[in-house]
Design a protein around this ligand. Structure first.
Ligand code: HEM
Ligand SMILES: *[C@@H]1O[C@H](CO)[C@@H](O)[C@H](O)[C@H]1NC(C)=O
Ligand SMILES: *[C@@H]1O[C@H](CO)[C@@H](O)[C@H](O)[C@H]1NC(C)=O
Length: 420
């Protein structure tokens, strides 16, 4: 038997051993989400360091106004709501790397990787900036699909099925996530809980979304986000006494239970009272390791990594594919930036090298930078270069105080609000 077959078999065994989603059987729980939430409360972090308490003084919560840009990333939205990032949601490279470290202890390699791609594909290279939601005129920003934002997100609907709404919390998804958490021995949003959410969401998208786009970088961002829930949102350090409890998660992602309707309203992201960030940085390698060993095996959605199914698949080879694909971002850059693009790639390579993501360390030389995997499909329906008009209308910044997607959108659902 070849190494490749062995590896595939191992993956399949891991998948079979992993708890499979049984969404139908959970209907009872979903019907009684108020009761389920009641059962989730009360877990306590074992040890916290007072220095890690957030927010610090002077960083109080202020709800965003209608002109403030907010989008698909709860972590960045929260940092802007607490003033660790500019409250208008127009941010730059230095600010993001600094704020994600200070607020959540994100490793500089991870924040740099995310920020570099966001600036290249969704922002402005000239001042290394981007918008957290939509840019002016609903162009660019993190809402832009399939550049960094991706399908099969933990608690947002797919771009195609959500009719362009890939950025508001989906009530039905968080109800499902809550049901998985209530099955956990400690009622937490652990990696195992999030692996069930991944499996259910990947299956749903595969069954219902004909334009399921999975390019290397955004696909890894979406998968990574499942591991971010416990690792960044826990009260205390996950794996070292911290708890991924409902109190912390629901407040940080802005999901507020309406006890009358049994649905989750989307409210501005906010730290709960008395919350402590993780005490050690969580960077690229632990994140990719969690993704590969704890999340992805629960559902083997096909992904664009040549190493998939071989024992060459590793955090390092995934990083190489991402690194090589940097060049592919060029044709996706927003209108008006064409002139500075060559400089932009040089800038990006420099930033990545600063945090140890260099050709020599990864073993994938700059000469192999490739520009052919992303471009071919970018203009297809649902791709980043050719969004349909009614989708563009849904691309605006987040609107809070509403409930979105009470039911699963098995077809494109442009009317996404529900009062239930
Ligand atoms: C460093 C710069 C960052 C950038 C550019 C960024 C960007 C994004 C984008 C584009 C998405 C949408 C991905 C998708 O469609 O699934 C996303 C989702 C997400 N991000 Fe971030 N992010 C950053 C930092 C963070 C931090 C510091 C945290 C946690 C503290 C975080 C937590 C999450 C989570 C949990 C999601 C998934 C949301 C959901 O669907 O439930 N991100 N981020
Ligand atoms: C976080 O943990 C500390 C220490 O156990 C506890 O006092 C606090 O109430 C917890 N906060 C949340 C939001 O769970
Ligand atoms: C991407 O484009 C290529 C070439 O145009 C095509 O053969 C392929 O089927 C497309 N892939 C998807 C996922 O649509």
């Amino acid at each position: 038997m070849t190494g490749k077959e062995d590896f595939l078999r191992t993956l399949k065994e891991q998948r079979d051993a992993a708890p499979q989603p049984q969404v139908e059987k959970r209907q009872g729980l979903l019907d009684n989400v108020v009761g389920a939430v009641g059962g989730l409360l009360g877990s306590i972090a074992q040890s916290v360091n007072p220095d890690n308490r957030r927010p610090e003084e002077g960083y109080e919560f202020i709800a965003p106004g209608p002109d403030d840009s907010r989008g698909p990333c709860p972590g960045l939205n929260l940092l802007a709501n607490h003033g660790y990032l500019p409250r208008d949601g127009f941010v730059n490279y230095e600010q993001v790397v600094e704020a994600t470290s200070r607020g959540f202890n994100m490793g500089a390699d991870l924040s740099t990787l995310l920020t570099v791609f966001s600036i290249l594909a969704n922002g402005d290279i000239a001042d290394q900036s981007f918008y957290l939601g939509s840019g002016p005129g609903n162009v660019g920003g993190l809402n832009r699909h399939s550049t960094v934002e991706a399908d099969v997100s933990p608690n947002r609907e797919d771009y195609y099925l959500g009719c362009g709404d890939n950025h508001h919390i989906s009530s039905r998804l968080f109800k499902q996530n809550t049901a998985f958490a209530s099955e956990d021995a400690n009622k937490e949003f652990t990696l195992e809980t999030m692996a069930k959410q991944w499996a259910a969401n990947a299956q749903f998208s595969q069954d219902n979304n004909p334009f399921l786009y999975f390019f290397p970088f955004p696909s890894i961002v979406a998968l990574g986000a499942y591991a971010f829930y416990p690792n960044f949102f826990s009260n205390g350090t996950y794996g070292d006494g911290g708890v991924a409890n409902f109190e912390s998660i629901s407040s940080i992602i802005g999901a507020k239970l309406n006890e009358e309707t049994g649905e989750f309203e989307y409210v501005p992201e906010r730290w709960p009272e008395n919350w402590y960030r993780r005490s050690t940085p969580y960077g690229v390698i632990p994140a990719l390791t969690d993704v590969l060993t704890r999340i992805y095996p629960a559902y083997l959605l096909p992904m664009p990594f040549g190493q998939l199914g071989s024992d060459n698949l590793s955090p390092q080879t995934i990083l190489c594919v991402i690194y090589q694909g940097l060049q592919s971002i060029q044709p996706l850059a927003l209108e008006g930036q064409t002139r500075s693009l060559t400089g932009a790639i040089t800038w990006s390579l420099g930033k990545l090298a600063d945090v140890g993501l260099s050709d020599t360390i990864l073993g994938c030389p700059t000469s192999t930078l490739s520009n052919d995997w992303l471009v071919a499909n970018a203009s297809m329906a649902g791709g980043p270069l050719n969004p349909p008009t009614d989708y563009v209308e849904n691309a605006g910044n987040n609107v809070f105080g509403q409930t979105y997607f009470c039911e699963a959108p098995t077809e494109p659902t442009c009317n996404n609000e529900c009062s239930a």
